[in-house]
Structures are given as C-alpha cells and as structure tokens.
Design a protein around this ligand. Sequence first.
Ligand code: EPU
Length: 418
Amino acid sequence: MSKIVVRGGNKLHGEVNISTAKNSVLPIIAACILSGDKCIIEEVPMLEDVFVISDILRSIFADISIDKSTNRIIIDTSNVKDCDSCSELVKKMRASFLIMGPMISRFGRFKLSLPGGCNIGTRPIDLHLKGFSALGAEVNIGHGYVEARAKKLVGNKIYLDFPSVGATENIMMAAVMAEGETIIENAAEEPEIKDLAKFLNSMGARITGAGSGTIHIIGVKDLKGSIHKPICDRIEAGTFMVAASITRSKIKINGINEEHLKPIIAKLTEAGVYIKVQGNSLIVDGNRDLNPIDIKTMPYPGFPTDMQSQMTGLLCTVRGTSIITETIFENRFMHVVEMKRMGANIKIDGRSAVIEGVDKLTGAEVKATDLRAGAALILCGLAAEGETEVMDIYHVDRGYVDIEKKLKGLGADIERIQ
Ligand code: EPU
C-alpha cells in the first residue's frame, strides 16, 4: 500500500492547475445510461472513483473507453441491459447508488446492492427512495438489496427533508423521462447539481432551476448522446488555498470559478489570508499573521463539509481559539486524532471541534481515514517540523489527481512511496 512522505517547512511558490470536479463527473457518468447512446466526457480527472463507477457501468454492459493521455472518456450505453447489479464495487463507493435513478428511468426497474455507511457517517438513502416512490416506483429493501419497479414514472412534487446532493441528482435523473412535470423542492444547490442539469439538458432534458432550491423538470420521451466538460473542482482548489495558507506562502491557482469558491474565500479572508481573483485564477497569499475563526459547515452556498478537515489543519497553526462545527456528517472528525499525533490541540465537543492554535506541528506517522482527512494530513505535514508519513493514501487517490506531484511542483518536499 502506498504512503505519502512530507518533510515540512518549505515555502510554496509558483502556480498549480485545478482538475475538473470528481463530484460532477461521477453523476454525469451515471447519467450517460439515460441516453442509450454514445456520450463523451472531456477533461475527466483520472481518479480511482472514476474508474470504479466506470467498472460499475461495465458490469451492466456499458462500453467504456478511458483515454488517460487525453483525459477523455467515451461511454456507449446502447448495450446496457435490464439486469440487476450485485457488483461488489457498489459497496466500495457510495456514489455508485447514482446509477439507480437512470436505470429505473430507462428500464422501469432496477435492483442494486445497498450501499453501506462509511467512515464519515451512516449516510442513509431514504431521501433518494422517497423521491423514487413519489415518482410512482415501488421500492423494496431486503437481503442487502434495494429494488425499485415502476410500470411508468409520473412527475410529482417532491420536498426533500434535507437538501441532499445525491438525492437531488438521483431524483433529477429518474424524473427526466417521467410523464409530466416534477418539482424538487428544498433541492441541493451545489454547483455540481447545476453541472449535471446542464449535461442532461444537452442530452435533450428540460430542466430549469438547477442550482436553486426549486428544480422544475418536464419529462421528455427520450434523450440522446452528448459531449460535456465538467466544472472545475472547488474542493481541490480550496485544498490548495489552504496549502498556501498553512505554509504562509503565496501561490497562484489556475482554473477556478470564483462563484463556487465564495464560502472558502470568505472564511480564509476572515482568517487574514490575502486572496485576489484574476479571471479564472486566484492569488493566495498566506504569508501574514493569521487570526482564529469559527466555521459551521452547511449545504451550499454555506461552507462545504468537504473543506472542514483541511481548515481544521490550518487553524491548528493559528494562535488563539477557533471552533469548527460540522452539521452535515455526524462522524467527520476522524482526522482530529491523527492531527493530535502531530501536536495539535483540539477538543471535540459534540458536533464541534475546539481548536487551540499551537506554535508548531511536528511530523508523525498518521493515517488517512477518508479522502478529505487524508488531504488535510498532507497539508499539516507541509507545515510540520520534520517528517510526516500519511498512510492509507488510497483514500486520497479517490479524489485528488496527482496531489503529491502538484505540491512538489509548488516546491513542497513530498514523495509517494509504494
Ligand atoms: N442524507 C440522508 N438521507 C439521504 C441522503 C443523505 O439522511 O437519503 C444525509 C447524509 O447522511 C448526510 C447529509 O444528508 O448526513 C448530506 O448528504 P448528501 O446526500 O448531501 O451527500 P452525498 O450526495 O452522499 C456528496 C458528495 C460528498 C459531499 C456531500 C455533501 C459526491 C459523490 N459526494 O455526497 O463528497 O461531502 O455531497 O456536500 O458528490 C467528498 O468528496 O469527500 C465527499 C464526501
């Protein structure tokens, strides 16, 4: 198993390019099922999660070719069959549940292994299922599977108890070919929802309002193949913004969308980091005296839970008391124990982490407990005195393209050891 070794203390400098967003690409790949045709996704981040969802589509007979030299994926779903998926891969990645909506829509039936919980929380799927039922599907759970059947899906008004990203995406995909109009209220507003709707509309869907709390979908008879380039990864960009801040360095981050980064820019600015937007680039200068801040994770446009662990790492290096409250996932503080091994002073109080900044972090052997936790530990390693070994790096490979190469390009002393 590979690990990343960081020798801390180097200042970062130079420029880094941000990849397209994993959390856009995964639902978009699932959406290709709806076309029964050929779709092309451009500039795909070549990540473990992308390979897993591609393998899941192959298990239902999609033909997928991944060209790593051009970062292009061609997905032909014309041979996808009305079959069950008992692929073990579904248990490996929760986002694989996103094929449920497209499969019910296309075949009126699908049976899939139930996704389990994961390190960051129990992560139920009740809102996805509530949406499928509202569209007229009969949903049954048993023997580790969930099955949905519908003679015909019919549009309906669906109010989500919580603006779940995955449920909004799955219901949107189930509804695009349902008869009549579907309205999703209290929908998730994340930029990835808007990107998925843009792709679906390019296939012939009639979706309006995506990116707001109310999404209207007029069902169409069928969809055709399309070509799409996903949006840039706001969480990867945020992670590099913290890399500059935690090392008190100045770097340029290219390929960003300022609108999507507003909550992260606002909080880093409040902490005293200087940030300047230059078109699709950002100058981030963390070489200043930083102040402690309080953060509460919220659905978009609030502060993203996917940036919580990285900000925890940064605030460990900022003198004074900061409080981070996690409201999205009930178990997303696993990185705290690991950061404490590096000398961090953090106390967990219910859903909040109370952080007392320390003068310095010290290198240690630590374990990535999930994707973002792993990235946060690498960031802490950049600032720590001595050597940090981040184990279980496969978590990080699920969501960051060449993280160690990009950091090395900025001057970090970092290497991957297989
Ligand atoms: N929830 C329910 N019932 C449901 C669905 C969700 O109670 O039916 C709860 C979850 O348990 C959680 C909260 O709602 O407590 C938010 O879950 P959501 O459905 O919004 O998250 P998701 O779709 O499972 C996506 C991202 C996550 C990101 C969250 C929140 C993808 C593939 N994953 O997950 O990304 O943290 O939205 O923004 O888009 C990551 O990239 O590291 C990551 C975990």
